[in-house]
Design a protein around this ligand. Sequence first.
Ligand code: BG6
Length: 511
Amino acid sequence: MDESRHPFLEGLSKHRGVPPTVAVIFGASGDLTARKLLPAIYNLGVDNLLPNEFHLIGFGRKPITDESFRDNMESAILEHSRRRIKGEIWQRVRANMTYNSSEYQDIDGYKALARKIDLLENKLGRKVQRIFYISTPPSVFEQIIESLGESGLAQANSNSPLASKVIIEKPFGRDLESANNLNNLINKVFQESQVFRIDHYLGKETVQDLLVQRFANAIFEPIWNREYIDCVQITVAEKLGVGNRGGYYDGSGALRDMVQNHTMQLVALTAMEPPLSLDPESIRDEKVKVIRSIQPLNLIGDNSDVVRAQYKEGLIDGEKARAYIDEDGIPKDSNTETYAALRLMINNWRWKGVPFYIRSGKRMALRTSEIVIRFKKPPGILFSGEKHFNVSDNTMVIHIQPNEGITLVMNSKVPGLETRMQPVKMHFSYATTFGSNTPEAYERLILDAMIGDSTLFIRGDETEASWKLLSPLLSFWEERGKEELKSYSAGSWGPSISDSLLAQKMHEWRN
Ligand code: BG6
């Protein structure tokens, strides 16, 4: 397909107004910069969405030269970009890339950065927009934000179209208290409109499409409530283990790494009320409201809403996979969960009584992220009683990834002289309809931040609302230690006790 005619890109024409920009990436020698950020920036260049004056400054502790930074980034793009490197476009991006090395606590490093940007502005004879992308380990987030303020780099003046912006990677806090502290600090240096908290799930096409499916179609919304929906299941499962991120992951666990952010965003977009308009604040208002409506979790007893587990050894695609505690960088006595499942009850008019089951885990049977809407059965008056009237639940499965698409499952008569029925599927596939080379989440997110559109970013009160729900659970798990930690075999669908979580209300996971 001719890339310039891709429907998504056509829809983006409003974005072609990125002002002259200097983007500083903190953590520039890290993995995320190489795997995601630089390939995304390069692809924006290919789509002609970068301004003519686009300058990139890598900032990191590693002492490397401008030239080797450029070489490293070139290799990263060769390895990770969805499109092949094109000489002229890459040369333009590459020529405007430099590197500053400094310890994160050294204010002189930030002053040197400020001088570099001033010099650049003098040379250009105009001011540029400053984007600060914080992609470091969370231990230095505070240090960087404070130093951006102290060195004058932040230039908090949110009224100007060139107002600087800060993009912050996850994890945003470890619990309610630390997230609040981080928010307070950020709000001293930047106005909320300048802050872009990343959750890369929001940049995924299928996640953005949730709003379109729900609110641009007349057929779903009337039945999207407790009258018709029996339960909702959200699964974010990975086949991979912790790889070389053991050090980070062991201090985090599935609840902090995936549930508090990615999974809760899927809950919010599935359950929120229609926003007043498509402006960022209207959408984010509705997301916060729904997260705030979630009932506090039951933590103990038969009625507990939570399951926590860690993988032991098992088989993935027929190959032996080691236990979590045998992975590199993981202590043998680790008490970190690699799987979490929760039952959420949303206490509002639309959802009262409808369980939202969510689960996320590493080393599971499949890599799949999906939202399953299970509808109530019709009144059992007509097709009941006989064994060939086996009425299945109607379900709608939104395949977030992979095999992006939507499947509707309904009952149909099997052709023949007697009346028998069978569940059949209606399927929409993004790849078949739109082609498969769609923009990566980070392309959309970086572009949106550069034009100041915060719709796909998390507002401060949203992070606080989800930490408020989950912090008591984290403290409870911490107190109980291994007592609450179950195990599951690598390559399975998680611990059997997570089936009981659903069985209590006669539900079953869709595996
Ligand atoms: C990251 C988590 O936020 O998301 C990782 O830190 C996880 O542990 C990743 O593997 C999953 O993202 P995706 O886009 O591959 O589903």
